[in-house]
Every structure is written in structure tokens, then in C-alpha cells.
Write a protein that binds this ligand. Structure first.
Ligand code: HEM
Ligand SMILES: *[C@@H]1O[C@H](CO)[C@@H](O)[C@H](O)[C@H]1NC(C)=O
Ligand SMILES: *[C@@H]1O[C@H](CO)[C@@H](O)[C@H](O)[C@H]1NC(C)=O
Ligand SMILES: *[C@@H]1O[C@H](CO)[C@@H](O)[C@H](O)[C@H]1NC(C)=O
Ligand SMILES: *[C@@H]1O[C@H](CO)[C@@H](O)[C@H](O)[C@H]1NC(C)=O
Length: 271
């Protein structure tokens, strides 16, 4: 899984998670476009119609290339954009180690099997994070990134129609915009309170059974994550601190370094 880690932005831009959905490592493999002779990760099952905002990365990369050609990798651009977007929205700062190189390859098969779907239960989430070297605490803290951004109807339909661990009036209000069939791409905020602020209110939502995704509400469902959710709800600075350390860890998942890979000129294409 590449948990590439890397980005956090509100809707229409880029999301960290999107970039975390790249299981080769933090190597920008997820940015490669498909073409007649190449199949990448953008069209992998968990990514298609879900990863958005590549134009943001293209714009940043174009400016960086103009100022300083061939030096800053796309993987570093993504890691920095994730950090800066979190800070911009009121979240914590963390240091981003630089010098990642960009992959020459991508794997749709790996992306298909390694990225946890929003229907995952807690034990499946723990397993997939642990496969990337991320702890239980990292899982609960990183999920707090769902304090910003949007999800499609298809990502939360099962939760609002079939699950019992959801506030009934919240479920009802979502059912009005997301029917049992159709309107798959209608968007709803992951954090109903402050969808464009990076704060800890995501956890308050979970306590009130107002998590948007099944996987979100799994963190507060009478299981082992409940107590940490309560802690982060009551203690924003502890959440920020743990989130920042988990981001540093995620940023360092299998990067390419030294002479490995390359520094792409265009993030969408191998040089
Ligand atoms: C715990 C496992 C996770 C699951 C199952 C998950 C699932 C999802 C899903 C299904 C969406 C909505 C996609 C769509 O409907 O188009 C989403 C959005 C998002 N995720 Fe996650 N995610 C997880 C972890 C993370 C992590 C670790 C981060 C970053 C640290 C993250 C950051 C985001 C952001 C920022 C968005 C909003 C994107 C936007 O507005 O365009 N997620 N996630
Ligand atoms: C990955 O999932 C997509 C979409 O469901 C599917 O079309 C494709 O065959 C899968 N590819 C691989 C290589 O597993
Ligand atoms: C969690 O999900 C996994 C994978 O779908 C499944 O095998 C397992 O039985 C589920 N565990 C529980 C406790 O429901
Ligand atoms: C909800 O449950 C029904 C009945 O078990 C099932 O047919 C349907 O596929 C489920 N819907 C979703 C979106 O998971
Ligand atoms: C297709 O994409 C691959 C990977 O980015 C690249 O190496 C190749 O040159 C591209 N082919 C065309 C015709 O653009």
C-alpha cells in the first residue's frame, strides 16, 4: 500500500487519503495516468471516481519546475501539499523529510487489494494499517483527517440504509440526498460540523453516531477504539500531536531514494 500519504485538502482539491491510496510506497505512483500501453492506479477499484484534484499537484509541480527544473519530485510535492493544506485549514504542522524519488511503475493490482474500503470493520482496518507499519493509534489518529473533505453517496450508502450504529435523524437527512439507487456521485461532508476546518470535531461526531462512513463509525462502536476516540474528542492538542507523528510515519512508507526512480518532469507520466 503506498499509503503515499500524502495529501489533505478539502473537496475539489486533493485529499491525503486519495494519495494514501497508493500502495507501492510514498513514490507518486498514484499520479501516473493510464494510456494505451500503461495501466496505473487511478483506475483501481478503490480509486476510480474517488481520487480527485490532480490538477492541484500539476499546478504546483509546473511552478516548481519553472523555478528549479528537475530537482523536486512529485512524491515530495504531494507530501508537502498534504502538510501545507492541513496547516492552512487550522491543523497541526509536521516536518516533511524531503528527497523522495518518483516511481517508474504503478500497480493496479496492488492498489485493488491493499486499500481498505469504507465498508471495512475495525479489525480489517487494523490489519491493513498494520501491513504498512502503522499502529492502532496511528489508525485512530489518521482517521481524524476525515475532519475535512467529502465522500460520494456510493461510499456511505450501506451505512445510512443498513447500519444500526448511526443517529437516525442524521441517517434520514443523508437519505434525502443519497437514494437507494442512483446519484452515486452526490457528495456529503465527512465532518458535518466543520467540513473545511482541520479540528477534532470528527471525534465528537463519532460519539454522537454521526460518522459518515461505516469505517468511521467502526472506531466508536463498542470496541477497542472507543476510549481513544473519547480522548481525542476531549483533548485536541493530543490529537494534533498524534496526527502529526502518524503523518511523519506515513510519509516515510517505502520511499524511493538515492538513485532509485527519477524526478519526473510531469507528474502524470514517466520521463
Ligand atoms: C482508515 C481507512 C480509511 C478509509 C476506509 C477511508 C475511506 C475514504 C473514502 C471512502 C473517502 C471518500 C471517497 C469518495 O467517496 O470519493 C475518503 C475521503 C477522504 N479521506 Fe479517507 N479513508 C481512510 C483513511 C484516510 C487517511 C489515513 C487519510 C489521511 C490521513 C484520509 C483522508 C481523506 C480525505 C482528506 C478525504 C476527502 C477527500 C475529498 O474531499 O476529496 N483518509 N476516505
Ligand atoms: C482492479 O479493479 C478494477 C476495477 O474493479 C478491475 O477492472 C481490474 O481488473 C482490477 N485489476 C487488477 C489488476 O486487479
Ligand atoms: C471483519 O471483516 C473481515 C473482512 O471482511 C471479515 O473476514 C471478518 O469476519 C470481520 N470481522 C468481524 C468481527 O466482523
Ligand atoms: C443493504 O442491505 C440489503 C439487504 O441485505 C442489501 O441487498 C443491499 O445490497 C445493502 N446495501 C448496501 C448499499 O450495502
Ligand atoms: C504511457 O504511460 C507510461 C507511464 O507514464 C509512459 O512511460 C509512456 O511513455 C506513455 N505512453 C504514451 C504513448 O504516452
Amino acid at each position: 500500500m503506498p499509503f503515499i500519504t500524502c495529501l489533505l485538502l478539502p473537496q475539489g482539491t486533493i485529499s491525503l487519503e486519495k494519495y494514501s491510496r497508493d500502495f507501492q510506497g510514498c513514490d507518486a505512483s498514484v499520479l501516473l495516468d493510464d494510456n494505451a500501453t500503461f495501466i496505473g492506479e487511478k483506475t483501481a477499484a478503490p480509486n476510480i471516481n474517488s481520487i480527485r484534484g490532480f490538477n492541484v499537484i500539476d499546478d504546483i509541480k509546473a511552478k516548481v519546475e519553472k523555478a528549479c527544473p528537475g530537482v523536486v519530485s512529485c512524491a515530495d510535492v504531494v507530501a508537502l501539499a498534504a502538510r501545507d493544506s492541513a496547516v492552512y485549514l487550522g491543523g497541526p504542522f509536521w516536518n516533511v523529510g524531503l528527497g523522495r524519488r518518483d516511481s517508474l511503475t504503478a500497480s493496479r493490482a496492488l492498489a485493488n487489494i491493499s486499500i481498505p474500503p469504507p465498508t471495512s470493520n475495525l479489525s480489517a482496518l487494523i490489519t491493513s494499517f498494520s501491513a504498512q507499519g502503522l499502529s492502532f493509534k496511528d489508525l485512530v489518529a489518521l482517521s481524524g483527517s476525515h475532519t475535512i473533505g467529502l465522500a460520494r453517496c456510493t461510499s456511505f450508502r450501506g451505512h445510512i440504509y443498513n447500519d444500526s450504529n448511526i443517529d437516525p435523524s442524521y441517517a434520514k437527512s443523508l437519505q434525502r440526498i443519497c437514494p437507494r439507487s442512483g446519484k452515486d456521485n452526490v457528495l456529503a461532508p465527512l465532518d458535518l460540523r466543520t467540513p473545511t476546518r482541520f479540528d477534532n470535531l470528527y471525534y465528537k461526531n463519532l460519539l454522537e453516531r454521526k460518522g459518515l462512513l461505516h469505517s468511521d463509525q467502526e472506531l466508536f462502536n463498542g470496541n477497542s477504539a472507543d476510549s481513544l476516540v473519547r480522548r481525542y474528542e476531549g483533548n485536541p492538542s493530543e490529537f494534533f500531536k498524534d496526527f502529526a507523528s502518524a503523518m511523519v510515519k506515513m510519509n516515510n512508507i517505502k520511499p524511493l531514494t538515492g538513485r532509485q526512480g527519477e524526478v519526473r518532469k510531469n507528474c502524470r507520466k514517466v520521463n
